[in-house]
Design a protein around this ligand. Sequence first.
Ligand SMILES: *Cc1c(COP(=O)(O)O)cnc(C)c1O
Length: 375
Amino acid sequence: MTNTPKTPLPRVSSDEMGALLHLRGQSLNKGDPLSLPLVGTSAYHLPGRPDGSAAYGRADNPTWDHLEQMLAHLEQAPVVSFPSGMAAISAALFATLKAGDRLLIPADGYYITRRLCERFLAPLGVMVVERPTPVFATDGFDGFDVVFIESPSNPGLDMVDIAAVAALVRGAGGITIADNTTLTPLGQRPLDLGVDIVVASDTKAMGGHSDLLMGHVASRRDDLIEAMREWRTLSGSIPGPQTAWLLHRGMETLDVRYDRMCRSAQILAERLAELPDGPAVRYPGLVGDPAHALSMAQCRRTGFLMSLTFDTEARAEHFIDSCPLIRPATSFGSVHTSAERRARWGDDVPAGFVRVSVGIEPVEELWAAFAQAVG
Ligand SMILES: *Cc1c(COP(=O)(O)O)cnc(C)c1O
């Protein structure tokens, strides 16, 4: 078998990634360090009257500024960073909703987002409605103030037509928020498809090494970005400069990691799908996958996540435990391939459903390990 995926996919131009690596370099003066300075300070030198210069560490930090510049380059939009994906999601929801508003969220999306809405937004007077991703647009969006989408959904990997949803929601006077964690800006640009706010957990592929939690929001609407920045300053939901520095460092290799992960995932998914007694495979890059057509239409890459559904829980656990190149873990997007049976958290999936996050291991080594463990 060859290493060439059957479906070549469009990808971010190398200019864009080259520019990303040299963003900071463009503004350096003679004698400045090439690497990003890590500034840990709560206070700034501030004699006389405040004039808008940096004053206090809850509102300003130069290490965040550089990280946000890098993220903004990828999103092609202003960005505010947060100490986790959930902190970013909270900022987007609390900055856009008020008592009496109606919020639509996916019934099959990230579980903690649903819990946040149920546990804290509903008691404040927000009416929270859930719909499954595959039929998300069926009943339209009239009467919703905010529509939150996750495409592909985690863990099912179903997609919605993002441009169509964003246009309908806008037509009905609402705001669309898209959780773009699973594909990253290299794989999908929801803002280009008309979404108002992108939220993401940078804990996953953006950081990429399972050693930090971070998140960000992006929006081309000044009023929304300002509201989310104000939420960060007032709620105190701020990233630590050390963690921001580490994410900046990790993102310098995002393109090579992500490219390897997506290519390997395509190859593994194709081979697994051809096994006579293998698990059922869901991967947007597979011709015939329910999300394939939408994925080709609206995504730049098909990602590094796939699901394998084994006929029993025991076979699924055996696959995870016996594969030497799989770490059993509940996160994804790391350099190490990882997997878990999602039903162990109560997700509405079969007992033998395994979410696999493909890492950067050489693909033939991975395939040999997978083929043996599936067997
Ligand atoms: C992990 C994840 C989050 C939450 O991010 P944290 O960094 O863990 O707070 C939100 N949405 C999706 C789709 C995720 O996978």
